[in-house]
Ligand binder design. Structure first.
Ligand SMILES: *Cc1c(COP(=O)(O)O)cnc(C)c1O
Length: 396
């Protein structure tokens, strides 16, 4: 077996398929699912040594599990991060990444355009524990500069954001954040580890909802947090151990299978999304169109400098407000109405009344979510079939 250190020299594709595979004594080709909550010791002495740190081994699956461990180590190899811990969902990853690091009295600066539950954690939950959150327009470097002129302990951002596809200058924000003393946590869900590497721009911690493209086939929830050994071992691991948002070994196995095909799927997602964006560009019923790989995206150049392709999500506004938009969604025959994304199946949602319904009308408008705005997660079907479906629905 080629050890983990040597696997760092592998190409991306090889890491995705084989990274950190740990074979059992049976020599299975496929990664094994270790559905076990506990582990057996040879002696009481061994149990003692396992708990006092003299011996490094599996003791309980809330702490560590062989299948989950493979997923964590493989994702760390792919991201180029020192270490990784998996969680039961993307939201468990976001919450743990911030809550393990921040304390009462600390200051968090976050971009305003966030996934609904990320916004809730920053705006509602963390402040209940004495953490002060300030939101800024993530696209505005001057706003970051102003907010980070005061010392802060953490910065949280999504780029591109869900669902408005706002792009943030990662290098500029990381530099400002570090001068303010802040740890930079990047939610990289939309870009995936295939299209964007925030660590190379100075980010400290990367979070994923593995539910999205990493599974990519709508089967299981999962999440991950990646960062330096010091952060993962000293801050995150004790938090996860004692609060318990552990990933199931079965789901870790599903996600390992997802990683094997992630690069292939992302290529098709991005090709299809670009074709659909070009098609929507000429539609009379489409009053606003956002896709990072189109020159019409307000931050096209920055997006393409940071990402190797535009991603799987196309966002657009349908003329005529909520009723016309609902009519168009209801006419779709192939594309499903669903709030998930990054799936093999194309899915569309109306953030105003679903994922972001909790925000006030004004808050929605601030991040571009009008009542005609839709988020299309482009799947792996034939692009022409998807275009035909959108064409007939928009004609109404
Ligand atoms: C879906 C999503 C999450 C939450 O992930 P879950 O796996 O659903 O908990 C967090 N951030 C972004 C940007 C997302 O799209």
């Amino acid at each position: 077996m080629i050890d983990l250190e040597q696997q760092k020299a592998w190409s991306l594709q090889t890491k995705l398929v084989r990274g950190a595979t740990a074979r059992s004594q049976f020599g299975e080709t496929n990664e094994a699912i270790f559905m076990t909550s506990g582990y057996v010791y040879e002696s009481a002495e061994e149990a003692e040594q396992s708990f006092n740190g003299e011996k490094d081994r599996f003791v309980y699956s809330r702490f560590k599990n062989p299948t989950v461990d493979m997923f964590e180590k493989r994702l760390a190899l792919i991201e180029g991060a020192e270490d990784c811990r998996a969680t039961a969902s993307g939201m468990a990853a976001v919450f743990a990444a911030l809550a393990c690091y921040l304390s009462a009295g600390d200051r968090l600066v976050a971009s305003r355009a966030l996934f609904g539950s990320c916004q809730y954690i920053c705006a509602e939950l963390l402040p209940r524990f004495g953490i002060k959150t300030e939101f800024v327009d993530g696209r505005d470097e001057a706003a970051w500069r102003k907010a980070l002129a005061t010392p802060a302990q953490a910065v949280f951002l999504e780029s591109p954001s869900n669902p408005g596809l706002e792009v943030i200058d990662l290098k500029a924000v990381c530099d400002l954040a570090h001068k303010a003393g802040a740890l930079v946590v990047v939610d990289n869900v939309f870009a995936t580890p295939i299209l964007q590497k925030p660590l190379t721009y100075g980010a400290d911690v990367i979070v994923y909802s593995a539910t999205k493209h990493i599974d990519g086939q709508g089967r299981s929830l999962g999440g991950a947090v990646l960062g330096s050994k010091a952060y993962i071992v000293d801050k995150l691991t004790p938090f996860l151990r004692h609060t318990g948002p552990s990933l199931s070994p079965f789901n870790a196995w599903v996600l390992l299978k997802g990683l094997e095909t992630l690069e292939l799927r992302m290529a098709r997602h991005c090709d299809n999304a670009l074709k659909i964006a070009h098609f929507l560009d000429g539609q009379k019923a489409v009053t606003r169109l956002l896709y990072p790989a189109l020159p019409s995206h307000p931050q096209h150049q920055l997006a393409m400098a940071q990402m190797s392709a535009g991603g799987s999500v196309v966002a657009f506004e349908i003329a005529g407000g909520k009723s016309a938009t609902f009519r168009a969604l209801n006419k779709l025959k192939l594309i499903d109405i669903s709030n998930n994304l990054g799936d093999a199946k194309s899915l569309i949602c109306h953030p105003y009344t679903t994922t972001h319904q909790r925000l006030t009308h004004e808050q929605k408008l601030e991040v571009g979510i009008t009542d005609g705005f839709v988020r299309l997660s482009v799947g792996l079907e034939n692009a022409d079939d998807l275009i035909a479906d959108l064409g007939q629905a928009l004609k109404a």
